[in-house]
Design a protein around this ligand. Structure first.
Ligand code: SAM
Length: 330
């Protein structure tokens, strides 16, 4: 697998990036398969979690989440009725780190209003649904209609009664001012973190695509920001290694919004790399596949300090009215 030279060069100096090991793990052909079990359905089944162990070849637990498991091999998932019953979700392991951001920044026993702003196909939404209390509300929004249908199907299978699926433009949410306690933006990105799993995506990558993704990420964040309540938590993530989509977005957020960066506690043996944004020293968390058992991932968490809408001017400057119709490529 030949990784883009421009990507490799752009990562020189990024904490945790070791070019040789990074290239070697992409050449290795190793595939990591993981699932997250639905705790609500586990309790309904007589055998509890053991039922899954019979259905799935579990090889170990994913350490940063309560219900995530690595599998020894990739089974024919579509033949498994438990998958269609929403008993588990096939999900990339690193991205389950969103659980730490939720647990460490919120009281999950409280009634929370949560907005998942880039929700399809539903990995984060099903996870969030399992983390929040029964009297909380999860709104899962997906801007692309065909993808919203897949999201709906996955959430129906998952089975929570406290979820609604919407198919709106992010800008539509700005009228719900200060409404949500939690805003999760798992942003569309250039996708370099998934190159090991999807080598065909390499051909679509370019420095220009990274720039376009970075601008789109800013527009999405600016559109959703007014709907986050004062003291609310913003969780931002990508599956890109590019600083323009990761650390530079942290700086952009801290420069343009009344947000504070929220550091998270890590265990040393998780091998997740803590980074700081170059300008404002906000905290971010990088996952490199040569160090963690999972794919490339990035996450940062923030607290909103005011309930105001200082962002209105910025949204105008990002030319919202002229935006092209959203298209989705990983
Ligand atoms: N959170 C999802 C999960 O865990 O399964 C994955 C989300 S994926 C990384 C990003 C999502 O953002 C895609 O479903 C894509 O359709 C959506 N998207 C693309 N362009 C968008 C835009 N301009 N505004 C909002 N969402 C967009």
């Amino acid at each position: 697998m030949d990784l883009p030279v421009a990507l490799l060069q752009s990562l020189e100096g990024v904490p945790g990036y070791h070019r040789e090991a990074f290239e070697a793990v992409h050449r290795s052909g190793e595939q990591v398969t993981s699932v997250r079990v639905n705790p609500a359905k586990a309790s309904l089944l007589a055998g509890g979690l053991e039922t899954y162990r019979i259905s799935l070849p579990v090889s170990g637990k994913i350490p940063w989440t309560d219900n995530g498991y690595y599998l020894q091999e990739r089974p024919f998932f579509t033949f498994d009725p438990l998958l269609h019953a929403g008993a588990y979700y096939v999900q990339e392991a690193s991205s389950m780190f969103v659980e730490q951001a939720m647990r460490q920044t919120l009281d999950l026993n409280q009634s929370l209003r949560v907005l998942d702003g880039c929700a399809a196909p539903g990995g984060k939404s099903t996870h969030l649904q399992s983390l929040i209390s029964a009297d909380s509300l999860l709104v899962s929004n997906e801007v692309i209609k065909s993808r919203a249908s897949i999201l709906e199907e996955n959430l129906v299978k998952w089975g929570g009664a406290n979820v609604m699926v919407t198919n709106n433009d992010p800008a539509d949410f700005s009228s719900l001012e200060n409404f949500f306690d939690v805003l999760v933006i798992d942003a569309p990105c250039s996708g370099s973190g998934l190159f090991r799993r999807e080598p065909e995506a390499i051909a679509e990558w370019s420095p220009h695509a990274v720039q376009l993704c970075s601008q789109r990420q800013q527009r999405i964040l600016a559109d959703y920001y007014p709907s986050l309540a004062e003291d609310g938590t913003l969780i931002y993530s990508t599956c890109s290694y590019s600083q323009e989509e990761d650390e530079q977005i942290i700086d952009w957020l801290l420069n343009n919004f009344e947000l504070e960066s929220l550091p998270l506690q890590l265990q040393a043996d998780w091998n997740i790399v803590e980074v700081q944004s170059p300008e404002r020293k906000g905290s971010g968390y990088r996952f490199f596949p040569d160090q963690v058992k999972g794919e490339g991932f990035f996450l940062a968490a923030f607290r909103k300090k005011d309930g105001g809408n200082s962002i209105t001017v910025l949204r105008r400057s990002l030319k919202y009215k002229k935006r092209p119709k959203a298209k989705w490529r990983p």
